[in-house]
Design a protein around this ligand. Sequence first.
Ligand code: 6R9
Length: 566
Amino acid sequence: MKMLAPLAGKHNVTDFEALRQTFEWSQMERDFSWFHTGKLNAAYEAIDRHAENPAKADQLALIFQDGQTEEKWTFTQLKERSNQAANMLKSLGAAKGDRVFLFMPRCPDFYASFFGILKIGAVAGPLFEAFMEQAVEDRLKDSGASILITTAELLQRVNRDNLPELKEVIVLECETDGVHDYTELMDQASTEFEPVWLDKEDGMLLHYTSGSTGKPKGVYHAHRAMIQHYATGKWILDLQEDDVYWCTADPGWVTGTSYGIFGPWLNGATNVIAGGRFTPEAWYKIIEKHKVTVWYTAPTALRKLAAAGDEVAHSHDLSSLRHVLSVGEPLNPEIIYWAEEVYGKRIHDTWWMTETGAMLIVNHPTLSIKPGAMGKPIPGVEAAIIDDAGNVLPAHTSGNLAVKAGWPSMMKTIWGNQEKFDSYFINGWYVSGDSAKMDEEGYFWFEGRLDDVINTSGKLVGPFEVESKLIEHYAVTEAAVIGKPDEERGEIIKAFITLDKGHKDSMELREEIRQFIKKGLSAHAAPREIEIVTSIPKTRSGKIMRRLLRAKELGLPLGDTSTLEE
Ligand code: 6R9
């Protein structure tokens, strides 16, 4: 196997292995004001702290680019704008602990509102802009959100009749009656606000993620998570004060908050935020125009960039790039080799989850990369491969990828479901749901998901959520959904359905069902393949045997079928 040498240049951490041996999380807390006061607010640490520092107050915090639209805010402007948002929310009666949701495309006001929510001690719930009615309703209902900030266009996907707990709706580009106009409220609001001082354990953020059973679950994070966002921003993103950083993830997903908000701003970097649709040209232009130095992206995007060809890469000046990282799915070795050749940069893989809040296993810049491996645990984190009884397995053995509980960015709980939260643990180990191996040098190698969760273009989709929606279609009786390997997307969604009597298979019907999911849930949850079957395999207790469908689809042995219903 080809090993790639460590990244050249100066790094914040020069001896990763030594830090791994000696580091304790309490050391990191000294960098924050609460070490002295005992109280904190992540919005203060990420924004106000820099705005109050004369050397940083006028530095660009945010560069927003969406097509021809460009907007730039300094740390002072972001502080004032988020203070206005805090005052606006307060004037509507929002208080500590309330869930305030954001449903809007990426834009500077998203970030002002986000920090406004944190400053009043409320819990922010960012929703991916591509979510459709059902997906939006499930999340708002489960969280008991009392305030929603959205746009006139996206408001059409919010069924307020089904959401009795939703008291106030604030709308950007407002033309609707019965809601508040964002611009009007913001203009009236003062730019002065004293953040509500909180405890480390106070709630900060809710991100919904998919499991193999049930509707998406609300992963609830506390303000303490920022300790690890800061640490990994410094160590792994290797951010320096003058870096121009770009995280391509949407803040509706955890990467877009942990590393699209906290990692860069806690470290005082300039943060590029790009809206609009993905095209290789548009993306390369962002790097070229804003001289991006550190870039955090995903395998699915890198595969598309590679497929677009070397020429489009070579026709842009990408020489500003110093450090490139990836997350969300297995990073193919071919992509690492390709990037090394075309960008002159290795790609540093990182592994973590919505639940873990921040990076856990990484290729630190000073570590040799083994293409195909996710790297090693960060300082302060112990990872292992364990069996189902919680015993640690020897090197080169497949098993559950598990992490010793106790890192700062670990979720607080699953919203309204402590039982679900408790089910993640065996013997003090957090069990990820991924299977992996560790080699003799302590590198971790990803193998796959152990549950039925589908990873399509880096987005996790729970089969249950899609199946539930499918059977709402008038022609569908039963449905089962699996992930099917795909070169570009990692996996695509394939649905097996049985039809109600009186309906016949046709291209038109299958397309109609696909559109039904696309319009009801989201585009990424819509099955790319639909097969009509006469029955769905189930266990005697009625559970859909997706494993069997997957094995059949891929021509693999069917394995144990003893629980299969007659
Ligand atoms: C941050 C994020 C988590 C799941 C995770 C795993 C997969 C993430 C990966 C990776 C292989 C990597 N995953 N990083 N698989 N290599 N470097 O992606 O959170 O959306 O919750 O997904 O994604 O299966 O368990 P989330």
